[in-house]
Design a protein around this ligand. Sequence first.
Ligand code: NDP
Length: 337
Amino acid sequence: MATVRLSLDEVHALAARCLTANGCDAENARAVADIVSAAERDICLSHGLFRIPGYVASLRSGKVDGSARPVVDDLAPAVVRVDGKGGFAPLALEVGRPPLIAKARSQGVAALALNDIHHFAALWPEAEALAEQGLCAFAFTAAFPYVVAAGGRKPIYGTNPMAFAWPRPGRHPLVFDQASSALARGEIMIAAREGHEVPPGTGIDSAGRQTTDPNAILDGGAQLPFGGYKGASIALMIELLVGALIGDKFSFEALAADNNDGGPPKGGELLLAIDPARFGDPEGFAAHAELLFGEITSEDGVRLPGDRRRRNREVTARDGVAVDATLHGKLTELAGG
Ligand code: NDP
């Protein structure tokens, strides 16, 4: 595969240019470019520059307001809401983070509900940002209906990711971030683009038969949850948390409301933040957790979630990132040459 090497600053500038050239204001473009370049920096390619054509499509179609200014609403001592006003998620997340942190510190536990946003990214950035402030964090969002219920053939759940982050004073937080589907949809799209198969258990074709052909899954087929009915239940929980609980859309409602422009769905996101200093071991929780991490990683070949990304950060800071040449050409065009 031919690639073009870019520094992280060049990735950021290219992403921002694509967005501002297509109707996004500077602040929203900067917020999205921050997230896109963080994904490239950590080599999470399915949520990096690969997503820019989708962001642009949703600006061009008018589905997303690229000049949206999110509005904060204090709902309860431990609950804050941000109305994203139909914009992209990153700016709404930035606006909601300080009140969420303040509430978690004062109440011990707090929630941030984001409504009327368009989320097209990984969840680890928002969970990690809270853990960097000393909090334990959860993040949930839904998507379009791509994943079947246990035993089903009809796509009903989104690939519904959840992220968890644990603060490690003086170190990179522990973070995991995983879709409820066996494979993230972006990975299936990349497999289709690059012409390779996906692992068994990823999805079914339009006749309900398991297949490793990414095109058969994407065109009329469906994705399978990870771990059978257990992953399906996680996907169900996330639908309830970001749909019924916070007053936003289930994945199937997001699809019904969508204009099929290929961009992100309109929907909600829920973040939970917990201050370990307000629980039973304020002085010792961090060292206690390190004891567990040490036990886990004492075994050869075992690593903590998030370690791959942390290591990638060191490499890309030095070497930059390799961007698929076809994608780079397309982005240069979207950015206006
Ligand atoms: P992966 O299966 O690649 O990884 C899931 C998690 O497991 C990561 O935190 C990863 O850490 C960790 N992990 C992987 N291998 C190991 C291992 N051997 N030991 C310990 N930990 C390990 O992610 P998914 O494909 O499930 O999800 C990809 C992304 O897609 C997520 O970021 C998710 O947020 C995003 N997504 C976004 C959606 C949206 O609508 N916005 C919808 C669905 C998914 P590490 O990173 O260090 O490898």
